[in-house]
Design a protein around this ligand. Structure first.
Ligand SMILES: [Zn+2]
Length: 394
């Protein structure tokens, strides 16, 4: 017999790899990696830990490629404003929105910020997310941005959630500083901080946030420093930054509720991952964008939660998949690819995570359902039973 550390038997696997769907198979883990996948129930392995999945659906760990998970405080009060018909911009003008989170995050001591964020990281894991990208952008000044980075890195070290750090210094302009001064900080010291602390930089280009010209300047400066680019674009209006980011080989362009035809063409000729965030459309009660043209064009479309305390306070990727299938033209299998291999591509990790393949990291979700369609159909029910991260059962 061959020695392994963990064997999952009688697994109905959707591998999201060339192995396709395996109705009853065996998944073998040694250390942090998947070392074998067998189509069938007989195998030559032995291990201390054997899980009998009993025919349950087994999936790659989910990848949330766009979150604002680190922040202090709650903005649940904004729900009532929203129900009264107040828009995102009106709530922000009344001192709510992003600025409320900025004030709370600046005021929080590092330990409190870590504890609040750790609770959310554990919530991610409970819903099958094993890797999450996390953005700064609730600091909007040097010390608080650094404090957010410290929490993101500490979560990666001390929690079971793998985290990926993105600098979103240009989230909005701070309330308490001249925009020109802040932009100057972003373009120099801000990008130096990003170079030291982050894998990606991001900018929010939309009405009420950064203009096209600011965005172009920031992305160019970031690229010159060798940083990989991401962008929030087209949530409320298309300012042209989606096309710009695609032409600048951004790793991903996120939101895409409003995209001009020329921007779609720019995405088409690029390697940039289009990331849709249906939780925002749900919570802002706006129209869902149609992802079908992107999927039909063969783009590696991803889905993420955009978890944040204002416009999508949910960390559940299964809910996002249900919304995408019901409202945005995704097939169930396309939705699964969008939170696994394509989401991994949106954070430059498609060679390590996002599918069940030999040699990949053993990030696995064992569900309580037999078929993937059951998971999509049972929206709001957590069908995640066991989560395995880097070979370790959580
Ligand atoms: Zn976002």
């Amino acid at each position: 017999m061959l020695q392994a550390d963990l064997i999952i038997e009688h697994a109905h696997m959707m591998t999201i790899s060339s192995l396709g769907e395996i109705v009853s198979g065996t998944l073998v883990v040694r250390g942090e990696a998947i070392i074998d996948i067998i189509d069938g129930d007989t195998h030559p392995y032995t291990a201390k830990r054997i899980i009998d999945a009993g025919g349950a659906l087994v999936l790659p760990g989910f990848v949330d490629c766009h979150t604002h998970l680190v922040h202090s405080g709650s903005r649940a009060n904004e729900l009532q404003y929203r129900l009264q018909g107040m828009s995102y911009q009106e709530i922000q003008q009344r001192g709510g929105g992003i600025y409320a989170s900025v004030r709370a995050t600046r005021a929080a001591d590092p330990e409190t910020l870590y504890r609040e964020s750790l609770e959310r990281a554990n919530m991610c894991l409970e819903h099958g997310t094993t890797t999450a990208e996390i953005k700064t952008g609730y600091g909007l000044e040097p010390a608080a941005e650094k404090k957010m980075f410290d929490v993101i890195h500490r979560l990666n070290k001390e929690s079971d959630l793998e985290t990926v750090a993105t600098f979103l210094g240009p989230h909005v302009y701070p309330e308490d500083q001249e925009p020109e001064k802040y932009l100057d900080w972003l373009l120099h010291e801000g990008l130096d901080l990003a170079k030291d602390q982050a894998e990606f930089v991001d900018i929010y280009c939309d009405i009420g946030a950064y203009s096209f010209a600011d965005t172009e300047q920031f992305l160019k400066a970031a690229k010159e420093k060798g940083l990989a680019l991401k962008i929030h674009s087209g949530q409320f209006e298309s300012l042209g930054a989606t096309g710009l980011a695609a032409d600048m080989s951004a790793v991903s362009v996120d939101h895409l509720d409003h995209v001009a035809p020329a921007e779609f063409d720019a995405l088409l000729r690029s390697d940039t991952v289009p990331v849709f965030l249906p939780g925002c459309s749900y919570y802002l009660r706006s129209t869902y964008p149609d992802a079908r043209p992107y999927l039909d064009a063969g783009m590696p479309v991803a889905l993420a939660t955009d978890y944040n305390p204002g416009t999508c306070p949910s960390l559940s990727l299964p809910i996002m998949m249900s919304l995408a299938v019901m409202h945005m033209g995704f097939t169930t299998e396309e939705a699964l690819k969008a939170v696994t291999i394509n989401a991994a591509k949106a954070i430059n990790r498609e060679d390590r995570i996002g599918s069940i393949e030999k040699g990949k990291q053993a990030d696995i979700v064992i569900t309580s359902v037999k078929n993937f369609d059951d998971m999509i159909a049972m929206f709001g029910v957590n069908c995640v039973d066991i989560v395995i991260k880097k070979g370790k059962t959580i």
